[in-house]
Ligand binder design. Structure first.
Ligand code: ADP
Ligand code: GN1
Ligand code: MG
Length: 370
């Protein structure tokens, strides 16, 4: 996914941060759908190259950037206090006057992170070890943020995984049909409407006290975990913008969507998309082996497969909503990008439905062996 080019006033912005040495260059970086990310190359005071990641925060998506920054600051500080011998954590670089971010001349917010070196992200799972590591990393992350001191984290995007309200937004987008695209995507709309009942399941469990709210990551897609270049082990969880109260099943479900699937989220050939059972097994094994594994209760354990379906469904209706509203939320590279994304999600929902029993049997088997 292309980021917008480096803006002309980039160097004015970056020199406000407590980065040391001499600025060399900056380039668009990464394939996230939300923020504009840039890798920034410096020559440090010791004449060695040093890199940073600068991000322009998407204030269309995050309406309260102050609250977002406060959350990220609290979470990164907490992770740092518990880092042990792992020095590779997401670390904010403050501005020279001690702020976590700054505003440019256009009022846009910028922040800077240390570049996590010797590690990489992947956009698509290609082996079981990656799936296992992803689940281990996010499970470990959930275990660590469980002891976050202080008040409840702010909701950086209200109702982020409230699938019922996501569905209502979708229905309204279909009815408003703002840019005249609804007729073209009737099969996709009907597919989503037919599964409306699923949207209430986890919300009802929460209301009935069958599952508990915890601090969760909420965006556990595979490219939000960094893997060591040599060992391929997970070294850090990144993209902390949506860390806030949520359900562990949302996090696990989102892992299923991107780490147990057979192709890219935006593969223009949806027939390539299916649920890969061996990757799903690796995810369950990785999650259970993490510090968080023992925290899950019976209802959560029984719905690990369903969570994968629900989160894939949620992404389906979010991509369709954005398509119907004229592509204002996610970055797109071409006019039908959101539709391509929606179609792979639809294929994945279908594939999960076809393999539900097999997925539940995998969960039971992994539990029996643990
Ligand atoms: P978005 O919200 O747009 O997804 P991310 O915070 O996930 O933004 O960043 C986009 C990409 O940039 C990540 O997928 C990762 O590849 C890279 N990235 C982000 N932060 C770092 C970092 N501190 N060190 C190295 N790479 C990073
Ligand atoms: C966005 O920021 P990124 O690319 O990691 C989105 C997720 C979606 C995902 C779909 C804040 O994630 O919720 O599941 O795209 N993040 C936000 O690929 O909306
Ligand atoms: Mg990301």
């Amino acid at each position: 996914m292309s980021n917008t080019p480096v803006p002309p006033d980039f160097t004015d912005m970056i020199k406000l941060f407590a980065v040391t040495g001499r600025f060399v260059s900056a380039q668009p970086y990464g394939s996230g759908h939300i923020n504009d990310s840039y890798v920034v190359n410096y020559i440090g005071d010791n004449d060695q190259p040093v890199r940073y990641v600068a991000q322009r925060i998407n204030d269309n998506v995050f309406k309260n950037v102050e609250a977002l920054n406060e959350n990220v600051q609290r979470v990164t500080a907490h992770l740092a206090s518990d880092a042990g011998d792992n020095s590779r954590q997401l670390t904010l670089i403050n501005t020279i006057d001690g702020q976590t971010c700054t505003q440019d001349a256009h009022g846009k917010y910028w922040r800077v992170y240390d570049f996590i070196e010797g590690a990489h992200t992947v956009d698509r799972v290609t082996n079981e070890a990656q799936a296992r590591e992803t689940a281990r990393a996010f499970g470990g992350f959930q275990a660590r943020v469980a002891s976050l001191p202080g008040d409840r984290l702010k909701e950086t995007i209200p109702n982020f995984h409230h699938t019922r309200s996501r569905f209502e937004n979708f229905r309204q987008a279909v009815e408003a049909d703002q840019v005249g695209r609804a007729a073209e995507i009737r099969p996709e709309i009907d597919f989503a409407y037919a599964r409306e009942a699923d949207t209430a399941v986890l919300i009802n469990f929460l209301a009935e006290g069958k599952v508990l709210e915890r601090v969760t990551h909420n965006d556990t897609k595979i490219n939000n975990v960094m893997l060591d270049d040599q060992t391929q082990r997970a070294v850090a969880v990144i993209d902390l913008d949506t860390v806030m109260p949520g359900l562990p099943l949302y996090d696990f479900g989102e892992m299923v969507r991107t780490s147990a699937s057979s192709t890219d989220e935006d593969d223009p050939h949806p027939e390539n998309m299916r649920l890969e059972l061996p990757y799903f097994r690796a995810l369950v094994e990785g999650y259970l082996s993490s510090e968080f594994g023992s925290v899950l209760n019976k209802t959560e354990r029984q719905h690990l497969g369903f969570a994968g379906k629900l989160m894939t469904y949620e992404n389906l209706i979010r991509f369709l909503t954005d398509y119907l509203q004229g592509d204002t939320y996610y970055k797109i590279d071409h006019p039908k990008h959101n539709l391509d994304r929606a179609r792979t999600q639809m294929a994945l929902v279908q594939s999960i439905e076809e393999q539900t029993e097999a997925m539940n049997a995998v969960v039971a088997d992994v539990y029996a062996q643990s």
